[in-house]
Ligand binder design. Structure first.
Ligand SMILES: [Zn+2]
Length: 552
């Protein structure tokens, strides 16, 4: 029996508990924090205010045992899964980027679209960004099919966050252009930026943080639980400074990008997203039209800061505290304009994060870093040793995009010609390397779903796509990580990489904290149920019914 604990902090009645008199929802608000491991919601709870995360939790169902159920724990697959209610195996976004054989075999971002052009900034001849690679249906499709007057808008710092969560049916998606500090879109959505987005950009909101200092929001004692990060453990910190306070430079007219990249490494970047989201909400009158509308808000700076300092740092804690304050102000705005009781809100993350191996050793964990370049060179050698002598001279291994290793297309023929000899040699080599727990070849993932206790192969199978996945799937030992300059990362399919919270509010939502196993793939399906519309076609998720009352 589930006994949800209702927080006593908020005396106002929770939406959904007041009976049938309440009015139907008119706005879906999807708020996705990039690199939002579940403990970031709970660990700093004592320092959150009443208007942000706590307000949502007081009115909502909080799922603290939610995990993405596939191995490619990265931003593009995460957002596509949240927005579509389907797995990467089915929506096709199996990584942030992959090698595309239909063009020239080059690795390209999942959002890359050769046909599209940028809108709002001077062009790029190699196309722009769009959801064209997203396969099948999303929640936005369901909403528009249920009511043709429904509108869907999306704002994030990262293009992949804005684009994939909102699906193919979105009316508009805006993301940040790091070289100019402006929000842009592409011709997939519209030929011109609407006047209010132009006006937003022309006011140069990103430039007002020049010379600003990012220091701790609360007194030092509040951060006593955090671990310092060092340049030795994360060489990229040399550019940012390893400890508070962090000073933002002035814009150098010859290299404005330096300033914008620095800004992106502070929580101030989230304010830009909330401010544009408010502008979109107001100008488009979302939630005040004849049908249910949707607004997506993607907070990407949390990931940039998390990579730089790690989830145990004072910087990540402070970013969460500031995100909480900004969220409170945003929720107030939505309450004033639409009414929170008329909203269905989902708050979640696109992936979690793994602890820095050096820091893990401080608590005596057995960890290390795998040198990806060495691993690839060794794999090349192992494959060459069994490849037929007449194999063409180019490299057999193209590269590593965790958890996938990509090979040249000739690999398939050579593997067939040797009776699977290359796959076998590759898997054997990879399994023999330190830090590697297991490795699988394509053929291991192509068949029926692996059994549940064949856990990692099952995670790989769920993000396998025959035209887009790599030739080998790599599983690392617990807490090991790929060599790199960042403090922390994700993408290896660890449980910590896949663990995110889900907070849902809306009519018929039963406030409380739930520990039943759940998955962000369930969000779109659950929202469809709350709206009383059909879920995205062929959805993989389930309705999170344990957090819903059985009222009609
Ligand atoms: Zn990331």
């Amino acid at each position: 029996v589930l006994t949800p604990t209702v927080r006593a902090a908020d005396p106002s009645p929770a939406p959904g508990t007041a009976g049938r008199a309440e009015q139907p929802p008119r706005l879906v608000l999807l708020i996705v924090i990039d690199q939002f491991r579940a403990d970031l919601l709970t660990r700093f709870d004592a320092h959150y205010g009443d208007g942000g995360f706590r307000r949502l939790r007081a009115h909502g169902a909080t799922y603290l045992n939610a995990h993405f159920s596939y191995a490619s724990s990265a931003t593009a697959p995460g957002h596509a899964t949240i927005g579509s209610g389907r797995l990467p195996r089915h929506h096709g976004i199996i990584g942030n980027e992959w090698h595309r054989d239909e063009s020239d075999g080059k690795s390209r971002p999942a959002t890359h679209d050769g046909e599209a052009r940028y809108v709002g900034v001077d062009g790029d001849d190699d196309g722009a960004r769009s959801p064209r690679m997203l396969l099948g249906a999303s929640l936005s499709d369901s909403m528009k099919l249920a009511d043709q007057r429904s509108r869907v808008h999306s704002v994030a710092m990262k293009d992949r966050a804005a684009i994939f969560t909102a699906g193919r049916a979105a009316d508009a998606a805006y993301w940040w252009h790091e070289s100019t500090g402006r929000f842009i879109t592409s011709t997939y959505y519209r030929a011109e930026l609407p006047p209010y987005v132009k006006a937003f950009n022309d006011a140069k909101p990103a430039d007002r943080y020049q010379g600003e200092t990012w220091s701790k929001l609360l007194p030092d004692e509040a951060y006593a639980n955090t671990w310092p990060m060092t340049e030795e453990w994360a060489p990229n910190l040399a550019k940012r400074g390893a400890a508070f306070p962090h000073e933002l430079p002035q814009i150098n007219p010859d290299k404005p990008q330096d300033y914008y990249v620095s800004l992106y490494h502070t929580p101030f970047a989230n304010q830009l997203v909330f401010d544009l989201a408010k502008a979109v909400l107001d100008a488009e009158q979302l939630g005040r039209g004849p049908a249910v509308d949707m607004l997506v808000v993607g907070l990407s700076a949390n990931d940039i800061i998390g990579h730089a300092y790690g989830p145990e740092s004072a910087e990540v804690m402070d970013t969460m505290l500031r995100t909480d304050r900004m969220l409170a102000e945003f929720l107030n705005h939505v309450d004033r304009t639409v009414g929170l009781s008329r909203c269905v809100i989902a708050l979640t993350g696109d992936h979690g994060v793994t602890t820095n191996p050096h820091l893990a050793r401080e608590v005596r964990a057995e960890t290390g870093r795998v040198d990806g370049k060495k691993l690839i060179a060794g794999l090349e050698e192992a494959l060459r040793a069994v490849a037929p002598a007449d194999a063409s001279g180019g490299k057999l291994v193209r590269g590593l995009k965790m958890p996938w290793i990509y090979c040249d297309p000739q690999m398939a023929q050579l593997d067939a010609a040797t009776g699977g000899g290359l796959s076998k040699a590759g898997v054997e080599y990879l399994r023999s390397q330190s830090g590697v727990a297991n490795a699988f070849a394509r053929a291991d993932l192509a068949g029926p779903p692996p059994l549940a206790d064949d856990a990692f192969r099952r995670l790989g199978w769920r993000c396998y796509h025959p035209q887009r996945s790599g030739d080998f799937l790599l599983q690392l030992e617990p807490m090991w990580y790929m060599q790199g300059g960042d403090a922390a990362g994700h993408g290896a399919g660890f449980r910590t990489d896949r663990h995110v919270p889900i907070v849902l509010t809306g009519p018929r939502v039963r406030p409380g904290t739930y520990y039943t196993p759940s998955d962000p793939v369930d969000i779109a399906v659950t929202i469809a149920a709350l709206l009383g519309i059909e879920p995205p076609a062929e959805a993989d998720g389930r309705v999170l019914h344990e957090g819903m009352s059985d009222a009609p």
